[in-house]
Design a protein around this ligand. Sequence first.
Ligand SMILES: *Cc1c(COP(=O)(O)O)cnc(C)c1O
Length: 235
Amino acid sequence: MSIKTNIEEVRRNIAAAAEKSGRKPEDITLVAVTKLHEADEMNEAIDAGATDIGENKVQEVLRKYDDVKPVRWHLIGHLQTNKVRQIIDKVCLIHSVDSFHLAKEIEKRAAQHDMICKILIQVNTAHEDSKFGVEETEVDGLIKEITENCPHIQICGLMCIAPYEADPEDCRPVFRKAKAIYDRYDAGEHNDRIDFRYLSMGMTNDYEVAIEEGSNMVRVGTAIFGRRDYRSEEK
Ligand SMILES: *Cc1c(COP(=O)(O)O)cnc(C)c1O
């Protein structure tokens, strides 16, 4: 199976899930997750129509940035404050903001570049200890702190990661909780500090269920590029 065929299949599945939930296929953004894949594979995906790509590590963005055709880069993994400086002007959306400490650093670097940085708040509705993200009860407080103190940040929505489930149906409650928070803000103010537009949830195992539960941005790697070789991560 080629990357192109895989993307076409994922797009068909996205379209079916979107229609099931009363939306249009184009309402869902596909972020092709390219971690541990090389620039040539990424360019193949871009040639096949991928417009958005996601990396979970700053080093991966920097390593491949110059070899990849023009595309929108998303930072989807945990971001350390000391690395913000390196990617602030390279990514269109940071999905993984889960502390005011991190937001303050983004604010500082965005101000230096005289830019507005778009972010999502990562919410941990799965209540998994191993996962990053803020608890549901902390979301409002964090959003308030950021909107009041960070004029160079625009909060554009939420991101959530469901734990791997053998049956993706079991992910529904996790997605549903994130959607409920998202809806509250989507119904609220939209301005240059806060403009809820993206609910980033769904990966290879569960993106169709996530879309049915209201996701409008899915982050899909394995279904497009095949299984990742984690041994190469050491290099
Ligand atoms: C790796 C990763 C994905 C994609 O996972 P697949 O199962 O390969 O689709 C999505 N989101 C995040 C945050 C990731 O780190």
